[in-house]
Write a protein that binds this ligand. Structure first.
Ligand code: PGA
Length: 254
C-alpha cells in the first residue's frame, strides 16, 4: 500500500511562542491515537526546525523544511543548505513551492539542483508542481505538469525517485479559498502517475505518494483525499489552527 501523508506548511507564519503550543496540541492529538499509518508532517520556518525536530522525536509527527539552497555551501548570505538542515535531524524538504517559483524566480535548473542536493543529503523531497489560472484556462495544465515533473526529475534513478513525493498544487487554488474539484484533482493525479510511469516504470509510479494542495481544508478534505490517486495533502492556511489541521488529518482516516 502507498504511504499516506498530510503535511502542514506553515509558510512564514508562527513565531517561536506560537509554534510551541501548536506542536504541543498536535502531539496531544496524534500520540494517543491510531493514525492507521497516516504520516503527519509539519513544516515550520527555519529557526524552529531544530526545536520542532527535538520535540517530535519518537512521536507520530515528523518535520520538514520549507526549502533548501540550490548551493552546497559557501558565500551565499541568507541561504540554508541541505546539509545544515539534515544536521538538525530533519529529513524531509518541500521543493518547488509555487511561492518560491513566483517570488524568488526559482527555475527548473535551480529546482533540479535542490532536489539533487536534498537526495545527496539523505533527505526525502516533496516536489510541488501546478499550473496557473491562465494555464488552466488555456487547457495547458497537463503540458505544464509534465514539463515541471520532467525538468526537475528526469535525472533521477528509480531508487532516488522512491524518496520523492509529488504535491499537485494548482496555483489558482493556493490561499484563494478556491479548490480543484475532486474530479479535477483525480484527473491530474492520475496523469502525474502516468508521467512518472512512462519515465520510471509502473512499479515505481505505483508507490509514489501524490499529495493535493491548494485550499485543502476540513470542508473539502474527505472528497479530495479519498480519490484513488490522492494519497494525502499539503495544507497551508488550515494547518495554522490545530483543530482544522486535525480535521484534515481525520479525512485520511476514513
Ligand atoms: P493553502 O496553501 O492551503 O493555504 O492554499 C497550500 C500550500 O501552499 O501549500
Amino acid at each position: 500500500m502507498r504511504r499516506r501523508i498530510i503535511v502542514g506548511n506553515w509558510k512564514m507564519n508562527k513565531n517561536y511562542w506560537q509554534a510551541l503550543p501548536l506542536i504541543e496540541s498536535l502531539l496531544g492529538y496524534t500520540e494517543p491515537r491510531d493514525l492507521k499509518g497516516v504520516e503527519v508532517v509539519i513544516a515550520p520556518a527555519y529557526p524552529f526546525l531544530h526545536y520542532a525536530y527535538q520535540s517530535t522525536k519518537d512521536t507520530k509527527v515528523s518535520v520538514a523544511a520549507q526549502d533548501i539552497s540550490a548551493h552546497e555551501s559557501g558565500a551565499y548570505t541568507g541561504e540554508v543548505s541541505a546539509d545544515m538542515i539534515r544536521s538538525t535531524g530533519v529529513q524531509m524538504v518541500i521543493i518547488g513551492h509555487s511561492e518560491r517559483r513566483r517570488y524568488h524566480g526559482e527555475d527548473a535548473q535551480a529546482l533540479s539542483k535542490k532536489i539533487d542536493l536534498a537526495l545527496a543529503n539523505r533527505m526525502e523531497v516533496i516536489y510541488c508542481i501546478g499550473e496557473t489560472l491562465e494555464e488552466r484556462r488555456g487547457a495547458a495544465q497537463f503540458k505544464v505538469a509534465k514539463k515541471q515533473l520532467m525538468d526537475a526529475l528526469h535525472q533521477l534513478t528509480r531508487d532516488q525517485m522512491q524518496r520523492v513525493c509529488i504535491a499537485y498544487e494548482p496555483v489558482w487554488a493556493i490561499g484563494t479559498g478556491e479548490t480543484a474539484t475532486a474530479e479535477q484533482a483525480q484527473e491530474m493525479h492520475g496523469y502525474i502517475r502516468q508521467v512518472i510511469a512512462d519515465r520510471f516504470g509502473p512499479k515505481t509510479a505505483a508507490c509514489i505518494p501524490l499529495l493535493y494542495g491548494g485550499s485543502l481544508k476540513p470542508e473539502n478534505a474527505v472528497a479530495l483525499c479519498t480519490q484513488p490517486d490522492v494519497d494525502g495533502g499539503l495544507v497551508g492556511g488550515a494547518a495554522l489552527e490545530v483543530a482544522r489541521f486535525i480535521a484534515v488529518i481525520e479525512a485520511l482516516l476514513h
